[in-house]
Design a binder for this molecule. Structure first.
Ligand SMILES: Cc1cc2nc3c(=O)[nH]c(=O)nc-3n(C[C@H](O)[C@H](O)[C@H](O)COP(=O)(O)O)c2cc1C
Length: 352
């Protein structure tokens, strides 16, 4: 099982959803950085479901404890290990695999020994410690390199938010988006009506998070297998429920002509820039100086309250599951800090 990632920076994610604790170790992080706990806690808090859109019974406030790598509030160069407590979890049956979840695949892969309760090690719950690591990396990226990462929910089912592509300076949205309200436009009422309806119908839905990295210099990344888009894409696909990643115009390119798609060079006062950002800030795996712009698609929450056919792992027969405890209606609604964390970890690993 590979839950260790990184070159210059190494992260190691451990634990399971229904264990008492889980956490992350970050090795190779810069020393001497004073942790900004107001920022880190605000970053992580955005992962907690906003009650406006989701009356989930699993909403846990994320209490964590740093057990190594920080002295008197400063990173000390040793591996940083942080432990998160898991307090609230459902008593749902762990012997019946939920469809579209990872219970069956983990059960087979680990010869029946996998802890699949609540998704075990593959649960979305493990994005809590990942988000802590991302917050640390995001603080370092801003303080050392003036690189800022922002994101919002670009769409949820058929409701769309405005795109960062409409803004000359997406950073002007930073204050608005660094909250538990993950939209640019005033669409909260419509989103709330949608999530209430889906909850009542015992259903869930998918959504897209759009992320933008501002301040990235030209030249970050490498060609081919270690391309910035290849590595970041790979990391994003490791997030539970992510089923699509596209950079810049992504799949839209299939319907575009070369004339419409090309990002022409512009030189002003000796400074090289591009006339548009269709490629999303990366060419040949290397950043081109434009904002890094990408979309991440989260599938509908697989565990729904409506009756669905699961798999009884004791005798491999199908069994109807009717969940009492509700899951998130839409994972994308709480995924912005997780996507930003992924970007921050990958970029700091590239730059460190
Ligand atoms: C923040 C977050 C929360 C999640 N919450 C749930 C949940 O409450 N119920 C559920 O069935 N899946 C949830 N998921 C998705 C599952 O973890 C995911 O679908 C499962 O591990 C299988 O992985 P895959 O969808 O990438 O194949 C969540 C994912 C994330 C990122």
């Amino acid at each position: 099982m590979s839950s260790i990632w990184g070159n210059n920076l190494k992260i190691s994610l451990f634990g399971q959803s229904h264990q008492r604790q889980m956490g992350i170790t970050i090795d190779g992080f810069l020393c001497g950085m004073k942790l900004d706990f107001d920022y880190i806690d605000a970053f992580i808090a955005r992962r907690t479901p906003n009650p406006l859109f989701n009356a989930t019974s699993r909403a846990e406030k994320d209490n964590y404890e740093i057990i190594s790598g920080v002295s008197d509030g400063f990173t000390n160069g040793s591996p940083i290990t942080v432990i998160f407590q898991n307090k609230a979890y459902s008593n749902d049956d762990c012997t019946v695999a939920r469809p579209s979840h990872a219970d069956y695949t983990a059960f087979v892969k680990y010869k029946g020994f996998a802890d699949i309760c609540g998704g075990g090690h593959l649960s979305g719950r493990l994005t809590a410690p990942l988000t802590f690591a991302g917050a640390l990396c995001a603080q370092a990226l801003y303080e050392k390199h003036k690189i800022r990462i922002i994101s919002h929910v670009k769409s949820i089912l058929d409701i769309c938010d405005r795109s960062f592509a409409n803004y000359d300076n997406p950073l002007s949205l930073y204050e608005r988006l660094f909250t538990s309200y993950p939209f640019i436009d005033d669409i909260a009422d419509r989103v709330q009506a949608l999530t209430n309806r889906l909850s009542a119908e015992k259903d869930s839905c998918g959504g897209v998070v759009e992320c933008c990295v501002v301040g990235l210099p030209v030249g970050v990344g490498s060609p081919r297998f270690d391309g910035l888009d290849a590595r970041l894409g790979g990391f994003l696909f490791s997030l539970p429920a992510v089923k699509g990643v596209e950079f810049g115009r992504g799949f839209d390119f299939a319907n575009m002509t070369g004339k419409a798609a090309v990002d022409e060079f512009v030189v002003r006062d000796g400074k090289v820039s591009l006339s548009s950002n269709n490629c999303g800030g990366v060419n040949g795996g290397i950043s081109n100086g434009m904002p890094l712009l990408f979309n991440v698609c989260f599938k509908p929450t697989p565990t729904i309250a409506a009756p669905v056919r699961g798999l009884n792992l004791a005798d491999m027969t199908t069994a109807v599951i009717e969940r009492k405890s509700p899951s998130d209606v839409c994972i994308a609604l709480r995924a912005c800090p997780i996507v930003e964390a992924a970007a921050a970890i990958v970029l700091l690993d590239e730059i460190a």
